[in-house]
Design a protein around this ligand. Structure first.
Ligand code: PGA
Length: 250
């Protein structure tokens, strides 16, 4: 049985005060959540603080990115072992904003995935197509290409303890959510692709949906056979909404 996961991607939002309040709010509602694995991914500067606040609770902490190198002259980057040192268990890798705005290629994303794994951090590996790609009918090809970059570098077994987040770019932050059927179709394709290489890995692999998930649509999305949770942006910034999605995942 795959444990359902709800991960909050706070992106570049928040302040010391707002994050304190958000963490307190999430902690207050945790008693009602028994099945879902709850993860929060704050901006890097707040990681030590958020890890401290999560200490002794079931909340797991993740980073929003990771360097592909382990140490040295890489100004502005943060290594996997540093993230581990401040309490990260997960790392979002290859988010579409990183790919589109900061030029992260499939190959670089695969290297970041590898760096996470060799340092004991579990990747939340993001893939997904643009609106143009969907309209051209190449959604599966795009997802396949993104996954293949990781498989080529690390082998399919590397996905065994990982998480894939399918995030159609046209649904991120737009309020335009994929229908449960649209999302399920891609999730089933992804699992089928992995199953053709290794059935056990495919069976254990958690595939999250991301893109305008909110308390109103979470239950139906997560209710789909191959959707094992959500990667939540906007709705993860309000404890009440984030907790409502966690509850929908139960
Ligand atoms: P959104 O973002 O929920 O605000 O659409 C999701 C994401 O980018 O991970």
């Amino acid at each position: 049985m795959r444990q359902v996961m709800v991960a909050g991607n706070w992106k570049m939002n928040g302040s010391s005060d707002s994050i304190k309040e958000l963490m307190a709010g999430i902690k207050d509602g945790l008693a009602a959540i028994s099945k879902a694995e709850v993860v929060v991914c704050p901006p890097a500067v707040y990681l030590p603080r958020v890890s401290g606040a999560a200490d002794g609770t079931s909340i797991k902490v993740g980073s929003q990115n990771i360097c592909d190198e382990d140490s040295g002259a890489f100004t502005g980057e943060i290594s996997a072992n540093m993230l581990k040192d401040v309490g990260c268990e997960y790392a979002i890798i290859g988010h579409s904003e990183r790919r589109a705005l900061y030029g992260e290629s499939d190959d670089l994303v695969a290297k970041r995935f590898a760096a996470a794994r060799r340092n004991g951090i579990k990747p939340i590996f993001c893939i997904g197509e643009s609106l143009e790609e969907r309209e051209s009918g190449i959604t599966n090809d795009v997802c396949s290409r993104q996954i293949d970059a990781v498989i080529a570098l690390e082998g399919v077994e590397a996905l065994a303890d990982g998480v894939i987040a399918y995030e159609p770019i046209w649904a991120i932050g737009t309020g335009k959510v994929a229908t449960p059927e649209q999302a399920q179709e891609v999730h089933a394709f992804i699992r089928g692709k992995i199953a053709a290489l290794n059935a056990d890995v495919a069976d254990g692999l958690r595939i999250l949906y991301g893109g305008s998930m909110n308390p109103g649509n979470a239950k139906e999305l997560i209710g789909q056979k191959d959707i094992d949770g959500g990667l939540i942006g906007g709705a993860s910034l309000k404890a009440e909404d984030f907790l409502a999605i966690c509850q929908a995942a139960e």
